[in-house]
Structure formats: structure tokens, C-alpha cells
Write a protein that binds this ligand. Structure first.
Ligand SMILES: C[S@@+](CC[C@H](N)C(=O)[O-])C[C@H]1O[C@@H](n2cnc3c(N)ncnc32)[C@H](O)[C@@H]1O
Length: 232
């Protein structure tokens, strides 16, 4: 079950000093995910499905909206987004062709769906300024260097409409027994973890003047996730 923490209650000051920085370069991420793509959904569902479902709930998509999922992966969340928004705009981007192929395969099962799935980078979104109502981004900040995060948040801010919604899911620092196992594996072999380690985004969002409404902690098969709802 998730635990809800109101943003002002978050004690994340100084948290980053305790967290690991990324050890897999962005240059190698595409190749890693091309390789992982065929089996990605197994762990993606076993350890992350609750947090991903909660993100979709918090996104509260209304048909007709402009929705962007950045780093769409194999489309586990994008399928749910497109299903809820048949008459709106649904854009999914990712840098891994292997992950995108899986996403296209999944979305092909939805009849009458309206979407675009394109290769692209979260650092330079091919999307107009202030055009997006809801931006969803799951398990991607946990791949980035701390120094890269601000740049991506600025890009998210550029494309979001005023008052637009940002829904983020990240692997985070474990808060319960056993959850440290995944950061332990990362220390030994970051690629085994697909380059993901625990991060905490709420304070960074506030620093970029996003209004953080909620931050929830989820733990599934010991895997620790945070789900954040924020507004531009
Ligand atoms: C851990 S997977 C998460 C996939 C999906 N969001 C999910 O929740 O299942 C990370 C994804 O981020 C993508 N990614 C990493 N860096 C990226 C970048 N700079 N631009 C676009 N996608 C990126 C990877 O290719 C991969 O598909």
C-alpha cells in the first residue's frame, strides 16, 4: 500500500547527499534499453505496477486533453492513457527503438486509438511551448545525473500549459525493511538495474516553482517508488 505524505511534511533536506548519483551515462542508455526491451515488462509489472496505476489515477485524464508521456518505454502506462483519451492528443516519446517497438505492439491492440509514438529525447521535446495539459514521466529521473535533472524539469515546464499537471514516478530511497537491496545491486552492477537508483524529486520540483500537491511512497516486492503530483 502507498503512504501519502503532504509535501510540506517531506523531510528531504540533505537527502541527495545520501543518495547515489547516476553511474550509467545517457550515451549508453538507449543500447541498454534496446537489450532489456523483450523482458522489461516482467519486472516492470512485478515491482512497479501499483505505483504506475496510482500515477494514472492521479493524472485523472479527461477525454480530449493534450497528454505527453516522456520516456514511454514499452507503453505500460501509455496504453492506459490512450484508452482514457480517445479524442485527445496522446504523444509518447522514448530514445530506445526497442522499447518503442514494444509500445507500438501493445498499442496496436487498442482499436480506434489516437496517438503518436516517436523516438525523441526528454532533453529536447519536439512539442510546442505551453501545449500540454498533463505530462506523465515514469522511472526516468532515476537514470539521470543530479546535474541533468534541472534541465529536464525546465523542458517539462516549457511544454506544460499554465496550471498543467506533472505526474512523476521514480525509484526512490527505501523507507521500509529490505528496500535497500535494489540500491545495493546498483552499487555492484548499475546496468543490472537498468541504470535506475533511488532518487527524490519533490524538493527539486519546488525549486523549479512547481507546486507539489502530493508525494506518496509505494513498495512492491521490496522495490521503493515515489509517486508525485505537481502543477506548473
Ligand atoms: C526504466 S524505463 C521506464 C519506462 C516506462 N516509463 C515505464 O514506466 O515502464 C526508462 C526509460 O527511459 C528511457 N529514456 C532514458 N533516457 C531518455 C532520454 N534522454 N530521452 C528519452 N527517453 C529516455 C529509456 O529508453 C527507457 O525506456
Amino acid at each position: 500500500m502507498g503512504r501519502s505524505v503532504s509535501c510540506c511534511g517531506i523531510t528531504c533536506s540533505g537527502k541527495e547527499e545520501r543518495l547515489l548519483d547516476a553511474r550509467v551515462s545517457q550515451k549508453n542508455i538507449g543500447a541498454i534499453y534496446d537489450r532489456i526491451a523483450p523482458v522489461y515488462d516482467i519486472l516492470g509489472k512485478l515491482t512497479e505496477s501499483r505505483a504506475r496505476s496510482r500515477a494514472i489515477e492521479l493524472a485523472d485524464i479527461k477525454d480530449g486533453q493534450h497528454v505527453l508521456e516522456a520516456a514511454v518505454g514499452t507503453g505500460l502506462a501509455f496504453y492506459e492513457i490512450v484508452k482514457r483519451n480517445p479524442h485527445g492528443t496522446n504523444i509518447g516519446i522514448d530514445l530506445s527503438q526497442g522499447m518503442l517497438e514494444k509500445a507500438r505492439e501493445r498499442l496496436s491492440k487498442l482499436s480506434g486509438a489516437h496517438y503518436a509514438l516517436d523516438k525523441g529525447s526528454i532533453f529536447h521535446l519536439n512539442v510546442e511551448d505551453e501545449s500540454i495539459d498533463i505530462l506523465v514521466n515514469n522511472y526516468m529521473f532515476d537514470l539521470l545525473l543530479f546535474e541533468e535533472m534541472g534541465k529536464v524539469l525546465k523542458e517539462f515546464k516549457r511544454v506544460l500549459k499554465r496550471g498543467g499537471k506533472l505526474v512523476l514516478v521514480n525509484m526512490t530511497e527505501g523507507e521500509r525493511f529490505g528496500s535497500g537491496i535494489y540500491d545495493f545491486i546498483y552499487r555492484i552492477s548499475p546496468a543490472t538495474m537498468g541504470g535506475c537508483r533511488g532518487v527524490a524529486l519533490a524538493e527539486r520540483l519546488q525549486a523549479q516553482s512547481f507546486r507539489v500537491e502530493t508525494r506518496e511512497y509505494y513498495q512492491q516486492m521490496l522495490f521503493p517508488s515515489e509517486v508525485i503530483l505537481a502543477y506548473k
